[in-house]
Design a protein. Structure first.
Length: 220
């Protein structure tokens, strides 16, 4: 992973370390792999010049097309709930800036990420290429149907709010796989961890949250 291994001073490292300590560790994020990945991935590379100064702030930040990069804590909570060990095949719905995609790529074996805005995919692809990721496949389309082509997935991470758990996504989850998805009305949802056991969903609520809507056939 070229750029991530270059030992040149990173002016954002202090901010990133502070983000990890005060926004994540102090609030109960304990998965070492997640903390390490969030310390290494340069979040500022995924936002435009105008927003670089806010890249490590404790809130979502605009990324264009009326979309946002999720708050660091919500990203960390979601990743921790997936419990990735390194060998998984993962699907992400809502590539957005590609920030969370990069984290998934560091934490799992292969990542398939789908986004409905082609312009966001293009810019995410450029950033991920520049950082040297080669285990990511980006697709433009309606991710509320998932991506049957590469199913089943050991883990699925949905970054946009759905009215319920889309049937196609659950079907594409491997047995014993885990999905994290915000479910609920457009202005306030709960982040659910959906575990597939014996073909049935076992649902745990992680947090209250607020995401942009999942726009599509099996979304809003
Ligand atoms: N994980 C992203 C957050 C992006 S916000 C990041 O780290 O930057 C949620 C994204 O979901 C938006 O980019 C939005 O365009 C996308 N989205 C909404 N509905 C979608 C759908 N049906 N299929 C794919 N992407 C969708």
């Amino acid at each position: 992973m070229s750029i991530l291994d270059i030992a040149e001073p990173d002016p954002y490292l202090v901010e990133r370390r502070h983000m990890v300590e005060s926004q994540l560790q102090d609030r109960g994020i304990h998965d070492e792999r997640v903390l390490e990945a969030m310390l290494r991935i340069p979040r500022h590379e995924f936002v435009s010049e105008d927003y670089k100064s806010q890249a490590y702030a404790d809130h979502p930040t605009p990324i264009g097309e009326s979309q946002t990069i999720s708050q660091p804590f919500i990203v960390a909570v979601s990743l921790q709930a997936l419990g990735l060990q390194g060998g998984e095949s993962v699907m992400e719905v809502g590539t957005g800036s590609g920030y969370q995609t990069a984290l998934l790529a560091m934490l799992a074996r292969a990542v398939y990420s789908i986004e409905r805005h082609a312009a966001l995919t293009q810019s995410a692809a450029a950033t991920l290429d520049r950082l040297g990721f080669n285990n990511v496949k980006l697709v433009v389309g309606d991710g509320s149907h998932g991506l049957q082509e590469f199913a089943p997935y050991d883990a699925i991470l949905v970054s946009a709010a759905a009215p319920g758990i889309p049937r196609s996504l659950f079907d594409q989850l491997a047995e014993d796989g885990r999905m994290v998805i915000p479910v609920g009305p457009q202005h306030s949802q709960e982040l659910q961890l959906v575990h597939k056991r014996g073909g049935q969903p076992v649902i745990n609520v992680i947090e209250g949250c607020r995401f942009v809507p999942l726009i599509g056939a099996e979304g809003y």
